[in-house]
Ligand binder design. Sequence first.
Ligand code: FCB
Length: 479
Amino acid sequence: MTQRTFGDDFLWGSATAAYQIEGGATEGGRGPSIWDSFSHTPGKTLNGDTGDVASDHFHRWREDVAEMKKLGIGAYRFSISWPRVQPGGTGEFNSGGIAFYSGLVDELIAAGIEPVVTLYHWDLPQELEDAGGWTNRDTAYLFAEYAKRMASELGTRISLWTTFNEPWCAAYLGYASGVHAPGRTDPAAALVAVHHLNLAHGLAGRAIRDVLGDTARLSITLNLHVTRPDDPSSAADLDAARKIDALGNRAFLGPLLDGAYPADLLADTASVTDWAFVRGGDLDVINTPIDVLGVNYYSTGRVRHFGGVGVPAQADGHGDSEASPWVGADDVEFLQQPGPYTAMGWNIEPAGLLELLESLRDTYPDQPLMITENGAAFGDEVTPDGRVHDADRVSYLHDHIAAVHDAIDAGVDVRGYFVWSLMDNFEWGYGYDRRFGIIRIDYDTQERIWKDSAYWYRTLVATNTLPELDAEVEAAATR
Ligand code: FCB
């Protein structure tokens, strides 16, 4: 079997997000975010878990950078908590919060690790939500002011500026199905949010370039959906898949990379909104060129046309709700994918990643890509030897990274791969029950324990070559 070796400049990293790891929710002058309010609302998260303490990264960040250095990774993707650096999302900035991220960035650079910053991983200052959140156009302009300030504070130390993580989740899960903060169930509001998130991306990108010039590298991370028709010979099923592609993918790719919302998206959602909130000039702003498109990938979906009575089965992968995240797609039904599955119930299908990357190459051949998240939750256990033998996670990572290599072989311009996640953390609606880390967190002691996947990843990074699954790992993976 030929070895899968990556290019010398291929970037290996790991990813986290502020609310999921930091804790210190009321410390250092941080203001409340929509996730504080949401997680503290009874019934919104599994076991009532909140991010108050999380993985205590706010206090243990030096230790965490030391772990990253031991892993040998070249880059760390983390997010800045907007309410930590600007508690109300408008007005005064918090110098203590800015100093926290500045110190983290210096520590990373000293460890030889490139800081890849995400400005928004879902934790909107609560004060802005009270004023309408992402349904209020002003939020986009305030976001650009926050981005500008971060650009002048952190400056050229940041190797890649990512405006948003998965605006799909922020808009549709936050405002339509309500399984994420702020927990609203208003389909029209979700589409307004889609546009204002897109607009905020463009405004922020321009603001960052105003401060740092054209050398600042820009990106946005999308969770693109690989959705297949149940019966590829059925026109109705093909149309169902097209609708999901429009809402899930092209509602973002269209304005970002083509400078227009797709006509079929506007038609599909005409009964929900007339899109009059899109103003002249907005699309030019959103279409500001990006250096890298971030791709988060976990699993695939399958749909068919729903002609029945009542409500079709819906999937969003992040929680159950009576309300659908798929606005204007009431005639689309999601079907259970064949297994195997992760602990999230997400199907494991590395071929979907190759398919996604190839389709992006076909549509946007000049757009460099980076895998900004990929990984899996499993029911990890600490064995008597004090280790976590997470053969299932090693196998998941192996097969997906092999798919990335296949994509590169097929001419796709993929620049890097970030494993989700560096460590176990607050998995949104599922709280601490679902563990994605390659490093285990003992939530009683906050001890960090390397899982087998961390050792395996370290070998991959050190050799730049995909390690084959050893016999023991392989046997355990299939048990
Ligand atoms: C993605 C999120 C990330 C994490 C993974 C499992 O949708 O960006 O924060 O929750 O899923």
